[in-house]
Write a protein that binds this ligand. Sequence first.
Ligand code: G3P
Ligand code: CA
Length: 301
Amino acid sequence: MTGTNIRGAHARRSRVLITGLLTAAMLSTGTAAAHAWPAAAPNDEPTVIAHRGASAQAPENTLPAVELGTKADFVEVDVQMTKDGELVVIHDTTLDRTTDVESKYPDRAPYNVGDFTLAEIRTLDAGSWFSDEYAGTRIPTLEEVLDTLRGRAGLLLEVKSPALYPGIAEAIVAELDGEGWLRANPRSGRLIVQSFNWDFMAQFNSLAPKVPAGLLGGPPSEAEMAELSTWADQINPNHNQVDAEFIDTVHEYGMVTWPYTVDDPARMGELAGIGVDGIITNHPAVLIEVLREGPGLRDAA
Ligand code: G3P
Ligand code: CA
Protein backbone atom coordinates (compact mmCIF):
# COMPACT_ATOMS: atom_id res chain seq x y z
CA MET A 1 0.00 0.00 0.00
CA THR A 2 1.40 3.42 -0.89
CA GLY A 3 1.83 6.21 1.62
CA THR A 4 -1.14 8.01 0.09
CA ASN A 5 -3.28 4.93 0.40
CA ILE A 6 -2.12 4.33 3.95
CA ARG A 7 -3.20 7.83 4.89
CA GLY A 8 -6.48 7.61 3.04
CA ALA A 9 -7.44 4.23 4.42
CA HIS A 10 -6.43 5.05 7.97
CA ALA A 11 -8.07 8.45 7.87
CA ARG A 12 -11.35 7.00 6.66
CA ARG A 13 -11.24 4.24 9.24
CA SER A 14 -10.33 6.67 12.02
CA ARG A 15 -13.07 9.09 11.05
CA VAL A 16 -15.73 6.40 11.06
CA LEU A 17 -14.44 5.00 14.33
CA ILE A 18 -14.12 8.35 16.07
CA THR A 19 -17.49 9.59 14.87
CA GLY A 20 -19.14 6.41 16.03
CA LEU A 21 -17.45 6.44 19.41
CA LEU A 22 -18.18 10.08 20.05
CA THR A 23 -21.78 9.64 19.04
CA ALA A 24 -22.06 6.72 21.44
CA ALA A 25 -20.34 8.73 24.17
CA MET A 26 -22.62 11.70 23.68
CA LEU A 27 -25.69 9.51 23.76
CA SER A 28 -24.61 7.79 26.96
CA THR A 29 -26.14 8.84 30.21
CA GLY A 30 -24.73 9.05 33.69
CA THR A 31 -21.10 9.73 34.36
CA ALA A 32 -18.27 11.01 32.22
CA ALA A 33 -17.50 10.07 28.66
CA ALA A 34 -14.14 8.69 29.77
CA HIS A 35 -12.81 5.82 27.72
CA ALA A 36 -14.84 6.92 24.71
CA TRP A 37 -11.52 7.03 22.87
CA PRO A 38 -9.59 3.88 22.09
CA ALA A 39 -5.86 3.67 22.33
CA ALA A 40 -4.39 3.91 18.85
CA ALA A 41 -3.96 0.51 17.30
CA PRO A 42 -0.53 -0.28 15.88
CA ASN A 43 -0.09 1.28 12.44
CA ASP A 44 -2.93 3.74 12.95
CA GLU A 45 -1.72 7.14 11.99
CA PRO A 46 -2.14 10.19 14.21
CA THR A 47 -5.08 12.55 13.94
CA VAL A 48 -4.07 15.89 12.40
CA ILE A 49 -5.04 18.95 14.44
CA ALA A 50 -4.61 22.49 13.08
CA HIS A 51 -3.38 24.67 15.96
CA ARG A 52 -5.30 27.97 16.24
CA GLY A 53 -6.47 27.03 12.75
CA ALA A 54 -3.82 26.68 10.07
CA SER A 55 -1.98 29.44 11.90
CA ALA A 56 1.21 29.33 9.85
CA GLN A 57 -0.80 30.33 6.79
CA ALA A 58 -3.32 32.82 8.19
CA PRO A 59 -3.72 34.85 11.38
CA GLU A 60 -4.31 32.54 14.34
CA ASN A 61 -7.83 31.99 15.63
CA THR A 62 -9.48 33.82 12.74
CA LEU A 63 -11.98 32.48 10.23
CA PRO A 64 -9.40 32.33 7.39
CA ALA A 65 -7.18 30.16 9.60
CA VAL A 66 -10.12 27.99 10.57
CA GLU A 67 -11.16 27.70 6.93
CA LEU A 68 -7.65 26.59 5.91
CA GLY A 69 -7.57 24.29 8.95
CA THR A 70 -10.51 22.27 7.68
CA LYS A 71 -8.03 20.27 5.61
CA ALA A 72 -6.96 18.75 8.93
CA ASP A 73 -9.06 16.26 10.90
CA PHE A 74 -9.63 18.76 13.74
CA VAL A 75 -9.17 22.48 14.26
CA GLU A 76 -7.98 23.77 17.63
CA VAL A 77 -9.08 27.24 18.77
CA ASP A 78 -9.10 29.17 22.05
CA VAL A 79 -12.30 30.57 23.50
CA GLN A 80 -12.74 33.46 25.96
CA MET A 81 -15.58 35.74 27.04
CA THR A 82 -16.24 39.43 26.42
CA LYS A 83 -17.41 42.01 28.97
CA ASP A 84 -20.98 41.45 27.81
CA GLY A 85 -20.77 37.67 28.05
CA GLU A 86 -20.18 36.77 24.39
CA LEU A 87 -17.85 33.94 23.42
CA VAL A 88 -14.96 34.99 21.20
CA VAL A 89 -12.03 33.08 19.74
CA ILE A 90 -8.62 34.47 20.65
CA HIS A 91 -5.49 33.05 22.28
CA ASP A 92 -4.12 35.82 24.50
CA THR A 93 -6.11 37.18 27.43
CA THR A 94 -5.24 40.64 26.12
CA LEU A 95 -5.95 42.11 22.70
CA ASP A 96 -2.74 43.97 21.95
CA ARG A 97 -0.52 41.32 20.34
CA THR A 98 -2.91 40.33 17.57
CA THR A 99 -5.03 43.43 16.99
CA ASP A 100 -4.81 47.20 16.57
CA VAL A 101 -6.49 47.81 19.92
CA GLU A 102 -3.75 50.17 21.11
CA SER A 103 -4.44 52.61 18.30
CA LYS A 104 -8.24 52.22 18.35
CA TYR A 105 -8.66 52.32 22.15
CA PRO A 106 -5.49 54.05 23.49
CA ASP A 107 -7.00 54.63 26.94
CA ARG A 108 -8.01 51.05 27.61
CA ALA A 109 -4.76 49.37 28.70
CA PRO A 110 -4.13 46.60 29.70
CA TYR A 111 -6.55 45.61 26.91
CA ASN A 112 -8.05 42.58 28.61
CA VAL A 113 -10.48 40.66 26.43
CA GLY A 114 -12.93 40.66 29.34
CA ASP A 115 -12.91 44.48 29.54
CA PHE A 116 -14.29 44.94 26.01
CA THR A 117 -17.77 44.35 24.64
CA LEU A 118 -18.27 42.23 21.56
CA ALA A 119 -19.20 45.34 19.58
CA GLU A 120 -15.90 46.95 20.54
CA ILE A 121 -13.91 43.82 19.78
CA ARG A 122 -15.55 43.59 16.37
CA THR A 123 -14.07 46.95 15.41
CA LEU A 124 -10.54 45.56 15.75
CA ASP A 125 -8.27 44.44 12.93
CA ALA A 126 -6.98 40.97 13.84
CA GLY A 127 -5.23 40.32 10.55
CA SER A 128 -2.80 43.15 9.76
CA TRP A 129 -0.26 42.03 12.38
CA PHE A 130 0.09 38.82 10.36
CA SER A 131 0.14 40.25 6.84
CA ASP A 132 -1.49 42.91 4.68
CA GLU A 133 -3.38 40.16 2.89
CA TYR A 134 -5.50 39.69 5.99
CA ALA A 135 -6.04 43.35 6.88
CA GLY A 136 -9.48 43.89 8.35
CA THR A 137 -9.98 40.31 9.50
CA ARG A 138 -12.10 40.27 12.65
CA ILE A 139 -11.88 38.30 15.87
CA PRO A 140 -14.54 35.64 15.36
CA THR A 141 -17.25 34.53 17.71
CA LEU A 142 -17.40 30.90 18.73
CA GLU A 143 -20.65 30.67 16.79
CA GLU A 144 -18.90 31.70 13.57
CA VAL A 145 -16.21 29.10 14.10
CA LEU A 146 -18.81 26.42 14.73
CA ASP A 147 -20.59 27.41 11.53
CA THR A 148 -17.34 27.28 9.55
CA LEU A 149 -16.37 23.85 10.86
CA ARG A 150 -19.75 22.17 10.76
CA GLY A 151 -19.55 18.94 8.83
CA ARG A 152 -16.01 19.70 7.61
CA ALA A 153 -13.63 19.15 10.53
CA GLY A 154 -13.80 18.40 14.21
CA LEU A 155 -13.33 21.01 16.92
CA LEU A 156 -10.73 20.87 19.68
CA LEU A 157 -11.94 23.74 21.83
CA GLU A 158 -9.51 25.12 24.41
CA VAL A 159 -11.05 27.17 27.19
CA LYS A 160 -8.36 29.76 27.85
CA SER A 161 -7.92 31.08 31.41
CA PRO A 162 -11.44 30.14 32.50
CA ALA A 163 -10.92 31.56 36.01
CA LEU A 164 -11.14 35.02 34.43
CA TYR A 165 -14.62 34.34 33.10
CA PRO A 166 -17.24 33.21 35.64
CA GLY A 167 -20.03 31.42 33.82
CA ILE A 168 -17.98 30.53 30.76
CA ALA A 169 -18.62 26.80 31.15
CA GLU A 170 -22.37 27.32 31.09
CA ALA A 171 -22.08 29.76 28.18
CA ILE A 172 -20.05 27.28 26.13
CA VAL A 173 -22.46 24.44 26.78
CA ALA A 174 -25.39 26.68 25.81
CA GLU A 175 -23.64 27.74 22.60
CA LEU A 176 -22.66 24.21 21.62
CA ASP A 177 -26.14 22.97 22.38
CA GLY A 178 -27.82 25.84 20.56
CA GLU A 179 -25.69 25.21 17.48
CA GLY A 180 -26.45 21.50 17.50
CA TRP A 181 -22.98 20.29 18.47
CA LEU A 182 -24.28 18.27 21.39
CA ARG A 183 -26.78 16.36 19.31
CA ALA A 184 -25.76 12.89 18.27
CA ASN A 185 -25.73 13.22 14.53
CA PRO A 186 -22.99 13.14 11.90
CA ARG A 187 -22.85 16.93 11.70
CA SER A 188 -22.16 17.42 15.37
CA GLY A 189 -20.14 14.42 16.43
CA ARG A 190 -16.54 15.56 16.57
CA LEU A 191 -15.84 17.72 19.56
CA ILE A 192 -13.36 17.78 22.43
CA VAL A 193 -13.15 20.49 25.08
CA GLN A 194 -9.77 20.98 26.76
CA SER A 195 -8.00 23.35 29.14
CA PHE A 196 -4.78 23.80 31.08
CA ASN A 197 -7.06 24.36 34.10
CA TRP A 198 -7.90 20.83 35.19
CA ASP A 199 -10.22 21.94 38.00
CA PHE A 200 -12.21 23.80 35.40
CA MET A 201 -12.29 20.73 33.19
CA ALA A 202 -13.63 18.65 36.08
CA GLN A 203 -16.36 21.27 36.53
CA PHE A 204 -17.07 21.33 32.80
CA ASN A 205 -17.26 17.55 32.76
CA SER A 206 -19.86 17.62 35.52
CA LEU A 207 -21.88 20.07 33.45
CA ALA A 208 -21.43 18.27 30.12
CA PRO A 209 -20.36 14.68 30.84
CA LYS A 210 -21.04 13.57 27.28
CA VAL A 211 -18.41 15.90 25.82
CA PRO A 212 -14.94 14.33 25.67
CA ALA A 213 -12.57 16.16 28.03
CA GLY A 214 -8.92 16.98 27.33
CA LEU A 215 -6.30 17.97 29.89
CA LEU A 216 -3.53 20.21 28.58
CA GLY A 217 -0.07 20.41 30.10
CA GLY A 218 1.39 18.19 32.76
CA PRO A 219 1.90 15.40 32.15
CA PRO A 220 0.36 13.88 35.24
CA SER A 221 2.02 11.09 37.18
CA GLU A 222 0.74 7.57 36.67
CA ALA A 223 -1.03 7.76 40.04
CA GLU A 224 -2.78 10.97 38.97
CA MET A 225 -3.67 9.40 35.65
CA ALA A 226 -5.60 6.65 37.40
CA GLU A 227 -7.95 9.21 38.94
CA LEU A 228 -8.09 11.51 35.92
CA SER A 229 -8.96 8.63 33.63
CA THR A 230 -12.24 8.14 35.49
CA TRP A 231 -13.54 11.22 33.68
CA ALA A 232 -10.97 12.60 31.23
CA ASP A 233 -10.41 11.35 27.69
CA GLN A 234 -7.23 13.07 26.56
CA ILE A 235 -3.91 14.08 28.14
CA ASN A 236 -2.30 16.68 25.88
CA PRO A 237 1.16 17.83 27.03
CA ASN A 238 3.88 19.73 25.25
CA HIS A 239 5.41 17.28 22.79
CA ASN A 240 8.77 17.55 24.56
CA GLN A 241 7.17 15.71 27.48
CA VAL A 242 6.06 12.79 25.33
CA ASP A 243 7.85 9.48 24.84
CA ALA A 244 6.76 5.91 24.13
CA GLU A 245 6.40 5.06 27.82
CA PHE A 246 4.09 8.01 28.42
CA ILE A 247 1.96 7.08 25.42
CA ASP A 248 1.68 3.49 26.62
CA THR A 249 0.65 4.64 30.10
CA VAL A 250 -2.01 6.96 28.68
CA HIS A 251 -3.32 4.07 26.62
CA GLU A 252 -3.31 1.72 29.60
CA TYR A 253 -5.70 4.10 31.27
CA GLY A 254 -7.99 4.16 28.26
CA MET A 255 -7.15 7.68 27.18
CA VAL A 256 -5.38 9.18 24.17
CA THR A 257 -2.76 11.90 23.78
CA TRP A 258 -2.56 14.74 21.27
CA PRO A 259 0.64 16.65 22.14
CA TYR A 260 1.30 20.23 21.05
CA THR A 261 2.76 22.08 19.11
CA VAL A 262 4.83 20.15 16.57
CA ASP A 263 6.08 21.96 13.49
CA ASP A 264 9.28 20.03 12.76
CA PRO A 265 8.65 17.26 10.20
CA ALA A 266 11.28 15.01 11.78
CA ARG A 267 9.60 15.29 15.19
CA MET A 268 6.21 14.64 13.58
CA GLY A 269 7.63 11.42 12.14
CA GLU A 270 9.16 10.41 15.49
CA LEU A 271 5.90 10.92 17.34
CA ALA A 272 3.97 8.98 14.71
CA GLY A 273 6.55 6.22 15.03
CA ILE A 274 6.03 5.81 18.77
CA GLY A 275 2.27 5.65 18.41
CA VAL A 276 1.01 9.06 19.37
CA ASP A 277 -2.75 9.44 18.77
CA GLY A 278 -2.78 12.95 17.37
CA ILE A 279 -0.43 15.85 16.67
CA ILE A 280 -1.32 19.51 17.12
CA THR A 281 0.54 21.64 14.59
CA ASN A 282 0.59 25.11 13.07
CA HIS A 283 1.43 23.37 9.77
CA PRO A 284 -1.29 20.75 9.16
CA ALA A 285 -0.36 20.50 5.47
CA VAL A 286 3.20 19.52 6.43
CA LEU A 287 1.95 16.90 8.88
CA ILE A 288 -0.41 15.47 6.27
CA GLU A 289 2.53 15.21 3.89
CA VAL A 290 4.74 13.54 6.52
CA LEU A 291 2.02 10.98 7.19
CA ARG A 292 1.44 10.48 3.48
CA GLU A 293 5.12 9.77 2.97
CA GLY A 294 5.07 7.41 5.93
CA PRO A 295 8.37 7.99 7.80
CA GLY A 296 7.98 7.17 11.45
CA LEU A 297 4.82 5.14 11.15
CA ARG A 298 5.00 2.12 13.37
CA ASP A 299 5.18 -0.34 10.53
CA ALA A 300 8.11 1.57 9.04
CA ALA A 301 10.01 1.99 12.34
O1 G3P B 1 -3.94 22.73 21.99
C1 G3P B 1 -2.70 22.92 22.53
C2 G3P B 1 -2.21 24.32 22.56
O2 G3P B 1 -3.12 25.16 21.93
C3 G3P B 1 -1.91 24.81 23.91
O3 G3P B 1 -1.12 25.93 23.90
O4 G3P B 1 -0.77 28.30 24.28
O5 G3P B 1 -1.17 27.47 22.01
O6 G3P B 1 -3.02 27.56 23.63
P1 G3P B 1 -1.55 27.37 23.42
CA1 CA C 1 -4.76 26.70 22.38
